[in-house]
Design a protein around this ligand. Structure first.
Ligand code: SAM
Length: 328
């Protein structure tokens, strides 16, 4: 069994297997954990083999979730992003931890994105599952203790509230002037990427997966998440100075956003090269306060005029706008 350190190495990306690393850190020491593990769908990482046997992958998933639950403060929050293939198994394990009063499950969020991979003989994938849980303090509340009155976890409602339709459309006097909470389906579109993620009159998120041409995309990691996704999570579930942990750092999105929002940060990454480059990304944010942007030319992407769009089919009309019979 690993020896438990008294301190947790905040402000670093630990290189190695997150299971081994987490086992060395003190229990109940982290405010917010966000995990985006490999999905076991054959993705090409530089080091990790994303083709494990089913049972092996499920057991590994349960193991790292348990390790995260151990590190989470009773007042902490824990988010897991996962694909269709293992969403059910992951949810079942979270239910087990709920029964053991180690976590309380709060939401099954759907992140709906555009720019999913184009399929040939089935529908294109356009969503991932985001499980939102909080620590043991909420799980141990007695039936008479009302969660909403004095929640034993951070939930900064006003930091992520959006104007409601009562305010923007119906001019309804009953509207909460502070807006409403977003729905549990988060819809993200490419057209509004790179800048404005939340339009004031809308309660959905407009931000796609990151296409290669987007400046935010670093270009050296296969599955970089958009910062907008992490921004909402970190704003609502942590405060300045809190410790945010990501066991699967990848390109460093979670830690870069945490640094920008003045949270303390910590991560694990199996690949030495990913860990090194992610650290550069986080250090850039710390030095400048800004998201690191990479131009297409630096990623080897050639931009040109898009191909001319085909003319849309229009029904023939006479000068008065009446439909003409279609010629056979
Ligand atoms: C889905 S990616 C994370 C992407 C990240 N959310 C981002 O925005 O860039 C998963 C990462 O986990 C890393 N990984 C796989 N197994 C690991 C392990 N046992 N410990 C730590 N990292 C691991 C992979 O190298 C990969 O970079």
């Amino acid at each position: 069994m690993a020896e438990i350190a008294t301190n947790i190495p905040t402000g670093s990306i630990a290189h190695g297997d997150c299971l081994e690393l987490m086992a060395m850190w003190p229990a109940e020491s982290i405010d917010l954990i966000f995990a985006d593990p490999p999905y076991n769908i054959g993705f090409e990482y530089d080091h990790y083999d994303d083709n494990r046997e089913h049972d092996d992958y499920v057991q590994w998933t349960c193991d790292w979730i348990d390790a995260c639950a151990r590190l989470l403060k009773p007042s902490g929050s824990f988010y897991i992003l996962i694909g269709d293939e293992y969403a059910a198994e992951t949810r079942l394990h979270l239910r087990k931890l709920e029964e053991e009063k180690r976590l309380a499950f709060r939401n099954w969020i759907i992140w709906h994105y555009t720019f999913g991979q184009n399929c040939k003989l089935k529908f294109n994938r356009s969503h991932a599952h985001l499980f939102y849980c909080v620590g043991s303090a909420a799980a141990k509340l007695k039936a008479h203790q009302k969660l909403t009155k004095n929640p034993p976890f951070t939930f900064n409602r006003d930091a992520i509230a959006v104007p409601s339709a009562r305010q923007t459309t119906y001019n309804d006097a009953r509207a909460n002037p502070k807006g409403k909470l977003p729905d549990d389906t988060w819809y993200l579109r490419p057209q509004n990427a790179e800048g404005i993620y939340f339009k004031p009159q809308e309660d959905t998120w407009y931000q796609s997966r990151l296409a290669g041409t987007f400046k935010e995309r670093q270009g050296w990691h296969p599955c970089q998440l958009p910062e907008a996704l992490l921004e909402r999570i970190i704003k609502v579930s942590s405060n300045e100075g809190d410790l945010v942990f990501d066991p699967f750092v990848g390109s460093g999105t979670t830690l870069a956003v945490a640094a920008r929002l003045k949270r303390r940060w910590l991560g694990c990454e199996l690949s030495k090269e990913y860990a090194r480059r992610a650290l550069e990304r986080v250090q850039h944010v710390e030095a400048t306060g800004e998201t690191m942007q990479v131009h297409c030319a630096d990623k080897g992407i050639q931009r040109g005029k898009p191909k001319k769009k085909p003319e849309p089919h229009r029904s023939p009309k006479d000068k008065q706008g009446n439909l003409l019979p279609v010629k056979p």
